[in-house]
Write a protein that binds this ligand. Sequence first.
Ligand SMILES: [Zn+2]
Length: 914
Amino acid sequence: MPSRRLVFGLSFLLACSTTGSRPAAPPSATLPPAVSDDAQPPLGKLPAGVRPLGYALALEIDPTKERFSGTGEIAIELDSPHSVIWLHGADLHVTSASVDGADAAYAQVDPGGVAKLTLPRTIGPGKATLRFIWDAPYNQHLRGVYLARADGRAYASTHFEEISARYAFPCFDEPRFKTPFEVTLTGPASDVIVSNTLGVDEKLAANGMKTLRFGATQPLPTYLVLFAVGPWDEVRVEAPPNELRAKALPMRFFAPKGRAKELSFGAQAAVPILALLEKYFASPMPYEKLDHLVIPDFEQGAMENAGAITYRETFLLYNEGISHPDLKNNVADTLAHEISHQWFGDSVTMRWWDEIWLNESFASWLAARIVDQWDPSLDDTTVLFNRANGAMSTDSLRTARKIRQKIESPGDIQNAFDGLTYWKGGALLTMFERYIGPDAFRAGIRSYVAAHKNGLGSTDELLEAVGRAAGRDVKAAFRSFIDQEGVPLVEVKTSCDGSRGRLELSQSRYLPLGSEASRDRIWHVPVCARYGLGTEARESCSLLTEAHGSMDLDGCPSWVMPNASGTGYYRWSLAPADLARLRDDGYTSLDVRERLSLSRALLAAVRSGTLPVADALAAMPYLSRDPSGEVAKDPIGLLGFVIQYLATGTERDAARRFGGELYLPVADRLGWDAKPGESSGNRRLRDAAIGFLVDVAEEPRVTAEGAKRGRAYAALGGQSFDDKAVAPGLAGLALATAVREGDAAFFRGLDARLAKSDDEAIRARIIGALSSTRDPILAEKALGLALDPRLRENERAIPPYVMFSDPAMRETAWKWTRGHLDQLSSAFGERGMATFPGVGSVFCDSAHAEELKSAFGPRAGANPAIKRVLANTVERVSLCIAQAEAQAQSAQDFLRKRFAPARTGTRPPGRAAP
Ligand SMILES: [Zn+2]
């Protein structure tokens, strides 16, 4: 139902539009034929020839109602005569549509939201104005305009990326169409009403409502528009003026009612992070203000709407002494990521979704860089390093996708927003920045951002700008990584001729054992090596563009690290003699990420079958004693793999005992309680070591302590959790242990707490803990939470994921999941369901691979996102089978030897060979 007519028009747009400068000409015989209504609906891009010049939208959004309504005008320009205009609109009840005042027929012709506007007469070329009146239900799956509830209150917000603006208003829902938006919102007078710009006029309306008119935006694509109406609490800060910005920038932070104090860390971090980004781009924040809104139910981590960023709770709220300490990284990294999008993505936008890496890879890379500058103690660069390593594992699959791939359908678009785009892309930029040099790289980015301000950009334009600044062509090198899938394996051998040293390099595709992909592939790999020369460490870089190459060194090195500072996006291996020298002479000269890179090189060699797992296991005691917590916790991944997949029976007990030997001393040294001023590395080591001992090694003493602390933390006799009982980083683990070791009464008591908390982080602890039960009856109840109305949509996947991760409960979880796929599908929505087959990645046998295919295959339909996730998952299972077959004997030999009866089993770990 339309609530009101537009009170303003588009005259300013029509008068001064520069994009629409072509004079209107009368139709004539020389013009192309009119586009008529017999054309097929365009399911990918809209056809050329019609483009929007500006929108004027007025919406009434009352979060206490079931529907919202709107009226809107879209100024358009047509290149040729049209009798039909294709645009987007999904689930909108359009009650009136017209073109230049004459009635037109609007119809949604495709479930994905393609709409057809049949005109009363042929119009164009030239300008025209479309007018619509509509109403629509709030979206049920966190898209378009939707409602989120917390503490009995309803909040309305929008989430439009990638293609959900069409659920809010009729539009041309593609990123290449950047236009100004004039927005007017009407909502309850007591609510906060926010959009992309500052309000310029506010009036009370009838029935306890108010109307806010916002200033016209800079040119924006539909996916960056935001409307929000709800009872948020507000904190205001100001980013003071600086050499780039003459005026202070208003920043408002909005938390769900009653939670404003949890905004203080984010609000403090945002001001310096914004200043660092302005300095990096050498240009001020592109918009007049910057709001940050926490939405109580949110699909993603955050969304970079221009001037009005929206966040999931755990990506902006932080509660000292209660929140998990890693949430600080989350908040700082997310702020830097989303604020950097204001330039990269918002001000300069990609033309189509195949270029989304321009947004996401850049924001991921730059966020880590900026957070490291702001607070090095958060060690955000190591967080990015670890994420990039995870991406390498996906990228090693035969079924991996390219970062830049063809986008033809809505499912392809969702497909493009995966870990490869974010973390492989972020790692590539880290690698090329080091290779080109940070100053030249930054100069290239600055000139690209300045040249395309408020417009569109592309990979080619960016690479040309970086190439100009660097004084060399970087296109071929970049493209070799973004236009083909896979991770290079760089094999390195030192050669010495008198005082001259050289690295012999060769490359092929890194493949795990069992892979059916081809190794035959060439990248232009910027290889940077550090090496020892006398008492010094030097660095040399070269671009490896062929299958074989070499790099001259300044002399004959005593050791070589083939991936300087771990910034290269490649796997590497050293000739055995070189590896021994790196271990014996170089290890103490390596930085943290180089030591991590060495640890990951061993793991990669085990996975590819080139290193017996026994040799890698022999190196683990050495790595586990590394002074950096980040390195010391790294062997846990390999130990978990051995315990779960390579060892059975008594060998599994021996593997657990081996893990206990490495990490019990660590847990005892670090204790359960946080130490004031300890490094993030030590804190993460404590959390990882205790987590490993409880969940994987099943060490009785630590498990008993965990359960005791979990019960004390739950404090079920009282009203709320006892935050003093356990460090925040271990609270989730302790609570889960208490459930696993506890009885039905404890389970029920904890379950009852769900209704009492609206805090996403606390709720996730409760749901995760309940899902950790091993009692068959309680497990059924825990899995049922996925469908429980008390859960928010973004919490529903927790129970199955947690239970799949426990080998003892995996089969229970799988049986239940297979029996409830229809219900899960409607609870998760199509988008949530697309990533869900990933739960099966933990299996390691062919029967389950077949079951995964038969369960999820028929649901994939034509959706490329679910197809890809399923293909990745089935491939991971088959690789695990091949690796377990190849390495099980080696693992068993190692464990038998180590715990042979003749020896006492307490052999000191010694300095083992990496
Ligand atoms: Zn992003």
